[in-house]
Design a protein around this ligand. Structure first.
Ligand code: SF4
Length: 393
């Protein structure tokens, strides 16, 4: 078992929260809470909670959900920012989703991770400020003994190797963050390729994942000497990221200045090379300040985002490449927002946090990134794509 350390200190901001979890989200009425509200209605005559449940068609399936008001918020969210059900009847009368949020569990075949949603402003703040000298997730030693209990399959062996690699690479602050992300991406690509070719044996796997320092060193040297270059696929990558920011509605957070308008126009024209040119220009102005001030926090954010999305312990349909990208793409969107905002003003922590929790909230549907990636299959061709990650930070 692994646990996100900051959960220990988590306290809900309640009425002071800048982005209530019951705002705008569809909340499921689980069978247990429906039964409890029915019993409440019979006992007290208060039908308000029960009557707020409605049947909604979700992709052809009928689901029991809480009704939303005209403002798109849950009908029980009061103007003072508190929940009327919690205020009147207490925590145990909340639906399961509301009771557990932001806590979540990622259950892999050989590892269970107790973590929390980065869409919660307080969790995002604590993750951003967690001490980078300490591992973000605390490990229960007993949980990783699965090798000796025979729990490990081919997939979980790859998970364990990638886990070791990720834990060794991400904290290597002496190498730039973009190089660390690139190195992870490249290794995941190599593993996927060898696995497809049927040439991935256990020895090769661990050789690729163990002792990454030399690999990072070599990659850094190649980058500095110009041997490691970003390819043409970057145009497509940034077209996708800028398009994603617009599609999920977070581009507005970056502001209304000229650079945002110009980028929007380029996205509308589908001008990938122009989008890339504009982003390179913005990044040249903002990158070093962002990393100097928030580099450790961004590293924490990426670490939590990878783990929350199942990398490497619960890869979606066994696909480590897509699972990795599922975490890195929202991260790239956040960075783009930072670069855009920095063109106008000095970025402060509050703004960065808003970018993170809002972006995470908009990307909360697990399959959104996968759907979008299917429109840009070139980005899943990881042998061409790892270099794009040099551009991310
Ligand atoms: S988003 Fe987080 S801090 Fe805000 S109300 Fe929900 S649990 Fe509390």
């Amino acid at each position: 078992m692994r646990t996100l350390r900051v959960l220990e200190h988590f306290t809900c901001l309640a009425r002071d929260c800048p982005a209530h979890c019951c705002g705008r989200w569809a909340i499921v009425a689980d069978p247990e809470i429906e039964a409890r509200w029915r019993e409440l209605a019979e006992r007290t005559g208060d039908h308000t909670p029960l009557d707020s449940i409605t049947s909604v068609d979700v992709e052809g399936r009928s689901r029991r959900m809480l009704t939303k008001g005209d403002d798109e918020n849950c009908v029980h969210l009061q103007p003072d920012g508190l929940c009327s059900i919690q205020a009147k009847y207490g925590h145990e009368y909340l639906p399961e989703t509301c009771r557990s949020y932001p806590r979540m569990t990622v259950s892999g075949k050989a590892m269970q991770i107790k973590t929390a949603e980065l869409s919660c402003p307080e969790i995002a703040r604590q993750v951003l400020n967690a001490d980078p000298a300490e591992a973000l997730f605390a490990e229960d030693a007993a949980s990783i003994d699965a090798f000796s209990t025979g729990l490990f399959s081919a997939e979980t062996t790859v998970s364990a190797a990638l886990d070791e690699l990720t834990n060794a690479v991400l904290p290597q602050a002496r190498f730039p963050l973009n190089l660390r992300i690139y190195y992870l991406a490249k290794t995941v690509a190599d593993l996927a390729y060898r696995s497809e070719q049927g040439t991935l044996d256990e020895q090769t796997l661990w050789n690729l994942c163990k002792a990454p320092r030399q690999g990072l060193y070599d990659a850094n040297l190649a980058l500095k000497s110009g041997h490691l270059k970003v390819g043409a696929v970057s145009d497509e990558f940034w077209r996708l990221i800028a398009g994603l920011a617009i599609e999920v509605g977070v581009m507005d957070l970056a502001g209304t200045q000229a650079s945002v308008t110009t980028l929007r126009d380029a996205v509308a024209d589908g001008a990938a090379a122009e989008i890339h040119r504009q982003i390179v220009e913005l990044r040249a102005l903002a990158r070093s300040e962002l990393l100097t001030r928030f580099g450790a926090g961004l590293q924490n954010y990426l670490t939590a985002s990878l783990m929350n999305r199942g990398f490497p312990w619960r890869p979606a349909e066994g696909n480590f490449v897509a699972t990795f990208m599922n975490a890195v793409l929202p991260f790239a969107v956040v960075q783009l927002l930072c670069w855009l905002r920095s063109a106008d003003e000095v970025l402060d922590e509050g703004v960065l946090l808003e970018f993170i929790y809002t972006t995470e909230r908009r990307f909360s549907h697990a399959d959104l990134v996968y759907k979008i990636l299917s429109r840009s299959p070139v980005l899943l061709d990881f042998h061409r794509a790892p270099h794009i990650y040099l551009e991310v930070c």
